[in-house]
Design a protein around this ligand. Structure first.
Ligand SMILES: Nc1ncnc2c1ncn2[C@@H]1O[C@H](COP(=O)(O)OP(=O)(O)O)[C@@H](O)[C@H]1O
Ligand SMILES: [Mg+2]
Length: 281
């Protein structure tokens, strides 16, 4: 695997963010699932947080603490048998909980890029990956196809480095999990999003491959013009990746603050247990 290329300003020019105002503001959000034949599950219980432009926020918590539900609520991708019971999700001045489907389509994949846990969940098995990245661009821009393809190649160069020529012509099944996750990141970056939501993007990858993917997120953060909502159950990967952290337990925030402060002096035993990887009762 080649190292990711150096930054390419032309890839990152889409967002010129410098102000400190909140890009995403979640207020008092509550989400309940009503799965058929089961008692309702309150997965998110009154969560509030903000992400400023260019800022990186980490969300940590044990499995089942509501991290993915929160991410899906921000994108309004929750399943039909769920309800946003109360609260607001304001992205760039627009309340996502009230937005029309067509307004949401202009936000998802364009203003907010997404990277999920399963590498390649967003990929079509029947299409070469270069075309799949170009299709994301075509969905949001009126550019000629050749321009979409050229931009896709630049993005793939960024995530694959010197191997991009060969790997971009592959079908998803010809790539490893880490390589597929790199394609997902290229898709998430394709339209120059203001925010990237990454939900445990390295949880299914082994150490060396994980380090390569995290390196791309480090570069994004260092670049500072895209905000990041980085979700993980493993706080060990977070130093250098986030400015602030929100610790979730059972759908609620138990602790939040500057990442280094929380990591150095966790106030809650639950946070300390997560940090030191002790079993959590
Ligand atoms: N699609 C779903 N249907 C029903 N319950 C769900 C669904 N997704 C998550 N839950 C429940 O919501 C709670 C939070 O889950 P989730 O948001 O996936 O947590 P995490 O991402 O932190 O592991 C859990 O109790 C989980 O069982
Ligand atoms: Mg999850």
């Amino acid at each position: 695997m080649g190292k990711p290329n150096q930054r390419r300003p032309e890839l990152e020019a889409a967002v010129g963010l410098s102000s400190n105002e909140a890009l995403l503001e979640v207020r008092d959000l509550e989400v309940t699932y009503h799965s058929p034949g089961q008692l309702p599950t309150r997965a998110v219980e009154g969560i509030s947080f903000q992400i400023r432009r260019g800022e990186s926020l980490a969300i940590v918590g044990e499995s089942g603490s509501g991290k993915s539900t929160l991410a899906l609520a921000v994108l309004r991708l929750l399943p039909p048998y769920s309800t946003i019971v109360r609260g607001t999700v304001c992205f760039d001045g627009q309340d996502i909980t009230l937005a029309s489907e067509s307004a949401l389509q202009k936000i998802r994949g364009a203003k907010i890029g997404m990277v999920f846990q399963q590498p390649g969940m967003s990929l079509n098995p029947l299409m070469r990956v270069s075309r799949q990245v170009a299709e994301v661009i075509r969905a949001h821009y009126t550019w000629p196809w050749s321009q979409c393809q050229a931009k896709a190649m630049l993005l793939l160069e960024r995530v694959f480095g010197s191997e991009s020529g060969r790997l971009s012509q592959a079908y998803p099944h010809q790539l490893s999990g880490g390589q597929r996750q790199r394609v997902s990141i290229a898709q998430a970056l394709a339209c120059g999003p203001q925010l990237i939501i990454a939900d445990e993007p390295t949880a299914s990858l082994d150490g060396v491959v994980e380090a390569g993917i995290l390196q791309i997120f480090h570069e994004l953060r260092a670049n500072g013009n895209v905000s990041l909502l980085f979700i993980t159950h493993n706080p060990a990967i977070l130093p250098d990746l986030a400015d602030r952290v929100l610790v979730l337990r059972s759908g609620a925030v138990v602790e939040k603050g500057i990442l280094q402060d929380v990591f150095r002096r966790p106030r809650e035993q639950y946070t300390a247990d997560l940090l030191y990887s002790l079993p959590i009762a």
